[in-house]
Design a protein around this ligand. Structure first.
Ligand SMILES: NC(=O)C1=CN([C@@H]2O[C@H](COP(=O)(O)OP(=O)(O)OC[C@H]3O[C@@H](n4cnc5c(N)ncnc54)[C@H](O)[C@@H]3O)[C@@H](O)[C@H]2O)C=CC1
Ligand SMILES: O=C([O-])CC(=O)C(=O)O
Length: 330
């Protein structure tokens, strides 16, 4: 029997595809551990509340021992009241041929309202993972509307890009993912992102010198950066189970810590680290210590990296400026 205090976890877009994978993993203890019950809060828009109720019924039917309660709502305030963790998934997904910039206007208003509700109603230890696209800029908007919440409590999901990079590298090297470390994906969760293998190790030994630079530039980087679009083209629908898996990985590592000196990729409001622009939400190499993300310090950045990081951060700045112009950032 579990004895810990339950955690209250809010999932928005609860009737959608990603939530359908995410909720069951949360309810199974994969994030908060096998001793911590979860109070699930499912938020969706009024027209989707009935479908969210159906998802809740299925969670009930799993008879999962860690589920303390399930509440379904279309009320943003109620959804975040006392929340310790929030997965902001609900948004309009990108269809064929659409770029993330097209989603800024549609989704910005959602994240402004949710940022305000988190600021006013969530628990003091709230941790936020923004999944809905354009994830980095949505996280920036939510953060801007939550001035009482430390900036580092707002993250966007780039763990999926990180996991995609690890998997491509493992295949190329004939390695297991668990042998690899030192990957980071800088910048935006978009086609401009920079999956960087400069610090890659296998079993603790550097391996980057053994990777063909042409393969890295012409195959690896575009493959990882374009994987979301590739999945849409092949599957006819955007990534769902892999996105949910990455969101679980990110929140689990945040709450329970990363292992040893290993790091992962988290998109955080920048403090200007590695020449990035302060306050934009960019992918950075991070370790989780004592329940907080810490940006890894002291990595050397070469010319090729500099140009790639700067290009993706420039896109984030232009998204930030666009939402500022739309009045969504203040
Ligand atoms: N950051 C990442 O790595 C990834 C992000 N995504 C993004 O995640 C988002 C969700 O994807 P799916 O679950 O596949 O979409 P979906 O369309 O299946 O579900 C979205 C859900 O959000 C709900 N929703 C819309 N507006 C809402 C609001 N204001 N409040 C609460 N709920 C609201 C919809 O009613 C729907 O139930 C999309 O923006 C997608 O682009 C998808 C894959 C990876
Ligand atoms: O590309 C999309 O629209 C969905 C997404 O973010 C991804 O799969 O990385």
């Amino acid at each position: 029997m579990s004895t810990n205090t339950p955690v209250t976890v809010t999932v928005t877009g609860a009737a959608g595809k990603i939530a359908y994978s995410l909720l069951f993993r949360l309810a199974s203890g994969l994030v908060f551990g096998p001793g911590t019950p979860v109070r699930l809060r499912l938020l969706d828009i009024p027209s989707a509340v009935v479908a969210a109720e159906g998802v809740a019924m299925e969670i009930e039917d799993c008879a999962l021992p860690l589920v303390d309660s399930i509440e379904i709502t279309d009320d943003v305030t109620a959804a975040f009241d006392g929340a310790n963790a929030a997965f902001l998934v609900g948004a309009r997904p990108r269809g064929k041929g659409m770029e993330r910039a097209d989603l800024l206007t549609a989704n910005g208003a959602i994240f402004r309202e949710q940022g305000r509700a988190i600021n006013d109603h969530a628990a003091a230890d709230i941790r936020v993972v923004v999944v809905g696209n354009p994830a980095n800029t949505n996280a920036y908007i939510a953060h801007r509307h939550a001035p009482d919440v430390p900036a580092g409590r707002f993250t966007a999901l780039m763990r999926l890009d990180h996991n995609r990079a690890l998997s491509q590298l493992a295949t190329r090297l004939g390695a297991r993912v668990s042998e690899l470390d030192g990957v980071v994906v800088w910048g935006n969760h978009s086609a401009t992102q920079f999956p960087d293998v400069t610090y890659l190790t296998r079993g603790g030994e550097p391996v980057t010198a053994g990777l063909d630079p042409e393969w890295l530039a012409d195959t690896f980087i575009p493959r990882v950066a374009g994987r979301g679009a590739e999945i849409i083209a092949v599957r006819g629908s955007s990534s769902a189970a892999s996105a949910a898996g990455a969101a679980v990985d990110q929140m689990r590592d945040w709450v329970r810590g990363t292992s040893g000196e290993s790091w992962t990729t988290v998109a955080l409001p920048s403090g200007g680290e590695y020449g990035t622009v302060p306050d934009v939400v960019t992918g950075l190499p991070c370790r989780s210590r004592g329940g907080e993300w810490e940006v890894v310090e002291g990595l050397e950045i070469g010319e090729f990296q500099r140009a790639r990081i700067d290009a993706s951060v420039a896109e984030l700045v232009s998204e930030r400026d666009a939402v500022r112009a739309l009045g969504l950032a203040d």
